[in-house]
Design a protein around this ligand. Sequence first.
Ligand code: LLP
Length: 422
Amino acid sequence: MNHFDLEDGGLACESVSLDAIAEAVGTPVYVYSSATLERHYLVLRDALVNAGLGDPMIAFAVKACSNVAVLKTLSRLGCGADVVSEGEIRRALAAGIPGARIVFSGVGKTAAEIEFALSTGVAEINVESEPEMDRIAEVAARLGRRATIAIRVNPDVGAGGHAKISTGKADSKFGVSFSEAARLYAKASNSAWLDPIGLAYHIGSQITDLAPMEAACLKMRGLVESLRDEGLSVRRLDLGGGLGAPYFDQPDPPGVEAYAAMIARVMAGLEVQFAFEPGRVICANAGILLARVIHVHRRPEGRNFLVLDAAMNDLIRPAMYEAFHDIRPVAPRPGAPEVYDVVGPVCESGDTFARERRLPPLEAGDLVAFMTAGAYGAAMASEYNTRPLAPEVLVRGDKFALVRPRPSYESILAAERNAPWL
Ligand code: LLP
């Protein structure tokens, strides 16, 4: 469910027409709906609570959509942050998310990042390897501050919409193996500077089948019980993120109620606080990328290239993961649909959003919306081909705000320095 609907013949975000946003801000531009963000967070939270999972800690995966205004929208509802860098910690803090609601994940945290995280009192640092755990203990000792950690376990369960976003198999770089987990947990429990609060896992992203999640949950439950049998205290279980969002090219992923019910069933009677790191399920459908048709290149042999002013640098998911994004004309014209290759202006064949997509007829100057672009859209954008980062707009009701302006060419060039010998 999202708040991008046709209103008076044109696509609108809540009560603001996308045409008005394009006029005011230019294209390409990311547009987010506050109502959709809020709804998705609240629906997830209610599903988890109603399933009997207590008072879960929900830490939004900042990497999915890191704009501070988006984070603030979620933070005001009590949402926390799952972060993977000092930069993301700083974003979360700037959005008013206190350290006590921040989970610090990631495979390679530097000593400087760990020090910064500890100084802000993060709720949990997810340890991904033994050297990392040793480093956290060293930094904590130096600061005289005990570090609350969870051990991220790799449950050796594959899941996720694409090989590049599957993280739970034994050969992936994420987390410690089951065989190491108990030893590391015991080692942490014996350290004066570490407070092991529990375990964490995250097996992949855009998961559309609950079976691998259930398999991983069962393994995690078994591990909690065996640690407790050894007299170790396990108070929190962080079940990561990964639940898929509907992209309209395949059957809908399981809903949050089914997800919550599965966890409640597998974890029944296990006394822990649950933590979650959802990204996509909260923000994917809350954002679109709005672009304008530069022209239609009709090859006499029969291919129609719809050349847009958005490119792979703005939305890399189709190039990187063969991802499908629904493309909708903002003001659909009457007439027979046509078949287009939808491309951007970047000088690579990979700069193709869709091949042979059937769309209503389009002409130069028309606006199109890439749906479900709120997750891993703006957050993964770059200035490749020296194309300024697309601005971001946040809508609430009949109002909109430019929450990240488009950088000027002057500011892009001013960020660089001459070498003294040139
Ligand atoms: N927790 C951890 C430790 C993660 O690595 C991730 C995502 C999440 C939570 C949030 O996962 P989500 O709920 O959003 O699935 N760029 C790719 C997705 C990469 C996901 C990376 N990790 C894409 O565009 O599909």
